[in-house]
Design a protein around this ligand. Sequence first.
Ligand code: AMP
Length: 286
Amino acid sequence: MRLILLGPPGSGKGTQAQRLVQKYGIVQLSTGEMLRAAVAAGTPIGLQAKDIMAAGGLVPDEIVIGIISDRIDQPDAKKGFILDGFPRTVPQAEALDELLKKKRLKLDAVIELRVNESALLERVEKRAAETRARGEEVRADDTPEVLTKRLASYRAQTEPLIHYYSERRKLLTVDGMMTIEHVTSEINRILQALGAAEPKAARRASPAKRSASGTAGKGTRAPAKKAAAKARGAAKGTRKVATSARKARKTVSKAAKARGVGKAKKTARQAAKRPAKKLTKKRAKR
Ligand code: AMP
């Protein structure tokens, strides 16, 4: 499984990435972490990045692209990875496409954690207070002033990636304002619907929409998912239900086909199957 987590600083990418690491046994590749380690070790890259990072700016593309390319080649990344904090610019995304192509690797999805900006400042202040309470040092770039700058840079340079991946039908949006638990289960549901994850709970299909506009809004309440849910819950026996179930199967299989994901198709078919079956029985009775 290869994923990108996209979202502004403080949106919870790191937290969600760690949870995915635990659940799926893949690695989290955080350019921020790698750069901080380079700064702490005083490597040439660290020396180049130190002041830029402290000021909330972006480290040059070539540096982060090089770091990521090397890291993906490590044996522990063979099973899959989650990119956290990379790509952050369109040239980085293009370079990533290129290097994945060269390495013959496929990206499964880009998950955007959509958050309300005004809540971010609060979150970052809370994170800093918790770090201080643990007796640890607060990151130089985790202050409200630097965060404001990082948010501006996110808006200007990283937000265009929403459109970039949306156009490539890779983008899935999750409401990052939900609780950590809810965000995690939403992400897991998406991954299962895509067939990117082990289909442990394959019966509970909830195919997520690949946003074509980049404005998918809240969560993954996409038509395909709604249709499947409608189909699941509508075993009440009216003719309307038959139409819903048929529509659900059609929409869902169309979505899965567009993505070329076999498992998603299968999962979606299972979801749409139930009411249709019941209806067939009812019809047979009649
Ligand atoms: P993060 O931990 O992802 O918030 O990253 C912390 C800092 O590292 C950022 O504010 C940037 O200065 C730098 N950084 C991390 N990832 C990238 C990237 N992909 N491109 C450029 N700079 C980055």
